[in-house]
Design a protein around this ligand. Sequence first.
Ligand code: ADP
Ligand code: MG
Length: 337
Amino acid sequence: MKIKFALIAAMIVTLILCSCSQPEEYSMDIFAMDTYMSLMAYGRNSEKALEEAAEEIEKTEELLSVTRPDSEISQLNENGFLENPSDDMLYLVKTGVELNGEVDGAFDITLYPVIQAWGFTTESKNIPTEETLVGLLSDTGVARVHFENGITLDDNTKVDLGGIAKGYAGKKAADILKQYGITSALLNMGGNIQTIGAKPDGSSWKIGIKDPQNESSLVGSVEIIDKAVVTSGGYERFFIGDDGKRYHHIIDPKTGKPAENGIISATVIGDDGTLCDALSTSLYIMGTEKASEYLNAHSETNAILVTEDRTLYITRGIEPVFKPLNEYINTTINVIG
Ligand code: ADP
Ligand code: MG
């Protein structure tokens, strides 16, 4: 009898110990979409799920890379049409076109010829002349993209989905993880963060927002659960021109030049990583005044803007979970939205 009790007691202790032990955890570093990515998932099947999620990111890159001649986007740009676009391509081009109207033209997927003229997708970056830019801009605008018989582009029009691609890849990867039953994951895709659920202990993920003027410092942090956090900044990809000035890769469709409208970093936090990505690029381009106006009119969008005079603009919805850090601890925070 005593032995039986001892055995049952031992079994209960073992069971309790098992349920308290650390959850299964798997992490993976990859280089894709021109960025180092660090993927982490918790729970059963996390290894297999992450491997498949990484494959999905690579597949999205294969589809959307303008520098790969065999990608679907290159086919579209080269031929001027895609009779049978994939669902991904149709969704992204349509979303890009629709968003253009939402953000008063700031987000424009037809800027690719302008981006090429700056050499941003190549090794030879240079400053195009005013004349070149004016000429190229006359063949841009989303009205030149049509959706009869698949996707058709007007002459000289080419599209680039670089402002939305990483957000979409993050969303697709998260969908795969969810299919595997993963309820806790953090995908860090260089400026794009996609989370699933909360941390394994149930607490929020704490995401750092980089200081655009100091690589090794943070402006602050946000605590989130099951959201995407996407930052656009001119400090990530740029070149120094012959004139000694810095030129970054986020182009103002009005001028064809790198946007310089007062914002040096725009972060958007939300459920849909694709939308967050497009909006962070858009707010960056819109600049302080227009971006504040947009956020005041769209209380559903949550954002953190850093301006060149080191002022912070934070939407009402994000204020309770935002914590300023380092040099920004004593900065005035303007709450908008
Ligand atoms: P990153 O890709 O570095 O995270 P963004 O999401 O802000 O940064 O996207 C910048 C990319 O978007 C550029 O490299 C270019 O491919 C594309 N792009 C540049 N200007 C625009 C624009 N006005 N509208 C849409 N896409 C743009
Ligand atoms: Mg973007």
